[in-house]
Design a binder for this molecule. Sequence first.
Ligand SMILES: *Cc1c(COP(=O)(O)O)cnc(C)c1O
Length: 221
Amino acid sequence: MNTITQRYNDVMARIGNAAAKSGRSATDITLVAVSKTFAADDIEPVLELGHRVFGENRVQESMSKWPALKQAYAGTGLHLIGPLQTNKTREAVELFDVIETLDREKLARTLAKEIQSAGKSLELFIQVNTGNEPQKAGIQANEADEFLNLCTGTYDLTVTGMMCIPPFDEDPTPHFTLLADIAKRNGLAKLSMGMSGDFETAIELGATHVRVGSAIFGNRG
Ligand SMILES: *Cc1c(COP(=O)(O)O)cnc(C)c1O
């Protein structure tokens, strides 16, 4: 077994333990393996194990490696977890299966148009800026309900979940709790929260999707 395979198995075991600890089933939690900056050679061992859900943060980089990998490994679902510029929306709709970073009306409008012209069904998560960080993407927490209604009502988008990236240097617990509250009161089932450093905490607070990169693939250069 190579190192990536070992790390992947270790992360899966930790997900199972965290789920069990909070009385949940490991099958209720989707590992989004974040392969940004890693080449196909590093990603293929994980695909070979049967894993089929991956996350990338850049459209351009994803276009260079994922069309071939998706072709070779049927059933692969790709999540966009980085900010989406409206001028990349068409490519993103073509390649991705879930876009986790819907956070503004202009993007909602553009996505609605591109999804319709592609004739493809695409799942969307709304990104919430739970820490109100000015430099970070995401809708403000107090605007999330209204924005969700706009996305589903005015633009007829399929929004199934919420996503957050807590401030780097803070305890993530209040951020995960806030996101879970917003999703719950809006009847959204999916919660994308938790990364390599905190995915167990996120699972205990209700995450259905954890986005784990370096704990699987190693440190990014
Ligand atoms: C890179 C990234 C991750 C994965 O981070 P790790 O700490 O390597 O697990 C998760 N979510 C987002 C939005 C990212 O950009």
